[in-house]
Write a new protein. Structure first.
Length: 170
């Protein structure tokens, strides 16, 4: 994946996170960076990066964008020729695949901002796999999901979700 593709992808995810139901525009990105990071980058600079006219960026720009998008600065470079996303460790491969799957799911469910945001939050967790194992344990304990939802979000816990209503518990 090229730097340009990565930056476009990050704007798309950020737009979803912010409830826009669309990618964040370059101008919105510039304004948000100025407001939230207290630093500036020009829209034309972002455009040059995304169009491939500027295939590299300065270290200060890389650090600024990485901080804004909450990614490692090393992510904001072109992937080397022949680069594969599969990692050597089985656990890391599982974790990486799970995070990619969650991010893709967040895009797929962009029309449901709450669900999309939760998928992105899960992907950003340090140990995504453990989060899902915890979710499985919660769902295996009769009534625990409903009690937790009532305790954590009383306004949403009163009604059952449409999935719970359709699927009887064994």
């Amino acid at each position: 994946m090229t730097l340009a593709e990565k930056l476009r992808y990050l704007r798309e995810v950020e737009g979803s996170l912010r409830g826009l139901a669309r990618p964040m525009t370059q101008q919105e990105l510039v304004r948000a960076i100025r407001k939230e990071q207290g630093k500036s980058i020009s829209q034309s600079y972002v455009s040059q990066i995304e169009s491939g006219v500027r295939p590299h960026m300065t270290q200060s720009t890389r650090t600024l964008l990485a901080s804004f998008f909450k990614v490692h600065p090393g992510f904001l470079v072109d992937d080397p020729e022949g680069y594969h996303t599969e990692l050597v460790s089985d656990l890391r491969t599982t974790e990486g695949k799970l995070d990619v799957w969650l991010l893709q799911g967040s895009e797929r469910f962009a029309s449901d901002p709450q669900l999309s945001e939760v998928l992105i939050k899960a992907a950003r967790e340090k140990d995504t796999r453990r989060c899902f194992l915890l979710l499985g344990a919660i769902l295996d304990t009769p009534g625990l999901a409903e009690r937790l939802l009532e305790a954590l979000q009383p306004e949403r816990g009163a009604g059952r979700s449409h999935n719970q209503a359709r699927r009887p518990r064994p």
